[in-house]
Design a protein around this ligand. Structure first.
Ligand code: ADP
Ligand code: ADP
Length: 228
């Protein structure tokens, strides 16, 4: 349902992606691993339609994503994708609850339904007590849980997470990862998670390994498999 074909992307003289190809099936939970600077974040951003590769193709549900104009890409992202990045990226002026509610309203859900969904996800992620607080008042772990609640509440078909537990201690990180994977599996969402943490990769169905901007293992389900 998600495919990258020989992506190339450079930043100045740095080649971040150098012919990266990958196929991800519906409902798969995949971990993108590799050394720092190997292109993990860049690949995720290309798959999520956040940045555009210089060459190659990105397909979502059989449709070219990289050739869509900005508006169409934004709409497709909003309707189908949820993202969780390392540093929460919550709206600072809004409370935790409002941060979760907002994308639901944008997605066309009613006020009451949005509020109920937001509350139930905050509860599930163990941050119901933080509902009325603004991001500046929350700890790193709480911020991350609110960001996960926000991504999941919209019931996206694909969830992209970039080092979602990087800012957390290991116990808190494992809990958030467990929730993220559990919720993805329950809702049959596809989950693509960038990590350099082996314990996080162990949650995945498959590990996609990058090196120097290329996928060196796990490019397709057939070549993949976790470390067993
Ligand atoms: P990873 O996630 O594996 O650490 P990245 O995809 O973040 O790798 O980065 C790959 C390479 O591209 C690195 O050398 C990084 O410094 C560079 N890079 C990524 N994004 C940018 C950017 N916005 N501007 C300049 N260089 C970038
Ligand atoms: P990680 O390696 O943990 O994925 P990075 O620090 O490589 O994180 O990248 C975080 C974000 O910063 C990425 O989205 C990337 O686009 C941007 N970035 C990475 N390297 C550079 C750089 N040299 N200059 C500007 N932006 C960068």
């Amino acid at each position: 349902m998600l495919e990258a074909r020989t992506l190339r992307k450079s930043f100045g003289r740095t080649t971040a992606l150098d012919g990266a190809s990958v196929e991800i099936g519906e409902g798969e939970v995949v971990a993108v691993t590799g050394p720092s600077g190997s292109g993990k974040s860049t690949l995720l951003h290309c798959l999520a339609g956040i940045i555009r590769p210089e060459a190659g193709e990105v397909l979502f549900a059989g449709r070219r994503l990289d050739t869509l104009d900005e508006d169409a890409r934004t709409r497709l992202r909003r309707e189908n994708f949820g993202v969780v990045f390392q540093f929460g990226e919550l709206v600072p002026e809004l409370t935790a609850e409002e941060n979760v509610v907002l994308p639901l309203l944008f997605g066309g859900r009613g006020r009451r339904e949005s509020l109920e969904a937001a509350r139930s996800w905050l509860e599930r992620l163990d941050v119901a007590d933080c509902a009325g607080q603004r991001p500046a008042e929350l700890s790193g772990g709480q911020l991350q849980r609110v960001a996960v609640a926000r991504a999941l509440a919209a019931e996206p078909r694909v969830i992209f997470a970039d080092e979602p537990t990087g800012a957390l201690d290991s116990l808190a990180g494992e809990r958030v990862m467990g929730e993220l994977v559990g919720a993805a599996r329950e809702s049959r969402a596809t989950l693509v998670v960038v990590t350099h943490d082996n314990r996080v990769a162990a949650y995945a169905d498959r590990e996609i390994a990058l090196r120097d901007g290329r996928v060196v293992a796990g490019a397709t389900a057939a070549t993949g498999g976790t470390a067993d």
